[in-house]
Design a protein around this ligand. Structure first.
Ligand code: FAD
Length: 383
């Protein structure tokens, strides 16, 4: 092969693909192009770093130069890809330079969704989706006391726990009637709410934000339920949207993510996608474990041994120390119901079909000790 495997993106997906491919083939040239600094870090750490005393600098495991020498690849930081020309097997960089590839891997991640809110304070709402965002967030926190979080999902609850443990006053606002509304049945959501309230988090649920306005040096959130909250800083974490624009402009099929088959291949045989940007069999799974499995399969394929991705059951640990939680949500197209056992120190919620097969679970508090045993009973996410 004349040209390298080009990986676009230096997040966990890009690095997992590079690392796995290097394990299988020491010679194949690999070029990583990244819109950011290109260093390696664990993104999940960002939502519990504050209380663990981790700084942005200590979260960065290795910078781009160190990673390049460790993996024997070429890394080009601050090098945004603006177009893919599949007929020429080339990508174009922001400065017009063309990089040719034999195989192209899109690992471009996802953007935080921004709600279309009213008010002159909206531009000041922060999101944290990468290390640079986290650096800004940490700087913005200096001298601040009261923080509002829009969204009581996984990341919102993790930040709420982290901030409150670190001495901030925290308000969390969500349209749902409970935290983790998409992952937990109501009794489990109520338990999580209680535990987070016990450490000081204040929830404003079942309501929406109408406006965010600048009032002197604070931001005033006006809620649809008539409440208003004056905050020093507002963090939004209402979900992610796969970055599909580059692929779409190149004629690659997109849906909620970049559509790939079980070989992680787009409709162009030498263009692949994995990670938060990819959709495999209608599933966009923005978590670390799917990346690990996808990267192994993709590396084998790139090294000449076409290998389909399989996902086992992949439980998600929610990093809320006030309420240890692990969830394995049922697939969206299966039928069943929750069976919930609540006691004072935990909630065990099992999602079963009509003949009793376990299809998913949500374990909170003391019930988390059943994780390993129950995980063995779960069906694979992709057989
Ligand atoms: C705060 C937080 C906590 C989390 N906690 C957990 C957890 O506990 N457990 C878990 O399983 N998951 C967790 N996740 C999700 C997990 O971190 C992600 O699924 C994973 O990091 C995504 O990796 P990625 O490489 O697909 O995308 P990203 O990390 O977003 O990387 C995308 C890369 O592509 C680059 N890029 C984008 N566009 C271009 C372009 N045009 N040209 C060049 N480069 C480009 C970007 O610069 C970046 O380097 C968390 C996420 C967040 C935000």
């Amino acid at each position: 092969m004349d040209n390298p495997v080009v990986i676009v993106g230096s997040g966990l997906a890009g690095y997992a693909a590079a690392r796995e491919l290097r394990k299988l083939n020491a010679e194949i040239p690999i070029t990583m192009l990244s819109a950011d600094h290109g260093g390696f870090y664990s993104k999940p750490m960002l939502s519990n770093a504050l209380s663990l005393g981790k700084t942005p600098a200590s979260i960065l495991n290795s910078d781009a130069a160190q990673m390049a020498s460790q993996l024997k690849i070429s890394i080009r930081p601050y090098c945004r890809v603006t177009a893919i020309d599949q007929s020429e097997n080339a990508v174009t960089l922001i400065d017009g330079e063309k990089i040719f590839y034999d195989q192209l891997v899109l690992a471009v991640g996802a953007d935080q969704i921004r709600l279309p809110l009213q008010g002159d304070g909206v531009a000041k709402i922060l999101t944290v989706n990468d290390l640079d965002d986290y650096q800004n967030f940490r700087e913005a926190l200096i001298g601040k006391k009261r923080i509002s979080i829009i969204g009581a999902g996984l990341i919102g609850c993790e930040f709420a726990n982290d901030l409150v443990t670190s001495g901030y006053q925290v308000d969390v606002i969500d349209i749902s009637a409970q935290p983790l509304g998409r992952l937990l049945p109501p009794a489990s959501g109520a338990f999580m709410q209680q535990k987070l309230e016990a450490v000081g988090v204040v929830f404003h649920l079942d309501t929406t934000i109408q406006a965010v306005d600048q009032v002197e040096d604070r931001l005033r959130l006006t809620l649809a339920n008539g409440e208003s909250i004056d905050s020093d800083l507002v963090l939004s974490s209402v979900g992610l949207r796969s970055r599909t624009q580059l692929a779409e402009a190149a004629g690659i099929q997109i849906n909620r993510g970049i559509v790939v088959n079980r070989l992680l291949q787009t409709r162009f045989a030498n263009i692949y996608a994995l990670g938060d940007c990819a959709e495999v069999e209608s599933k966009v799974l923005p978590f670390v474990m799917p990346i690990t499995h996808a990267a192994r399969a993709l590396a084998a394929t790139l090294a000449g041994n076409p290998t389909s991705v399989h996902y086992p059951a992949m439980p998600i640990m929610v990093k809320t120390p006030a309420c240890p939680t692990v969830v394995s949500p049922p697939d969206f197209n299966v039928q069943g119901e929750w069976h919930v056992e609540v006691d004072t120190d935990g909630v065990k919620a099992l999602y079963r079909d009509e003949v009793g097969n376990l299809l998913g679970y949500a374990l909170l508090g003391a019930a988390t000790k059943e994780k390993n045993n129950l995980t063995t009973q779960l069906p694979a996410v992709l057989v």
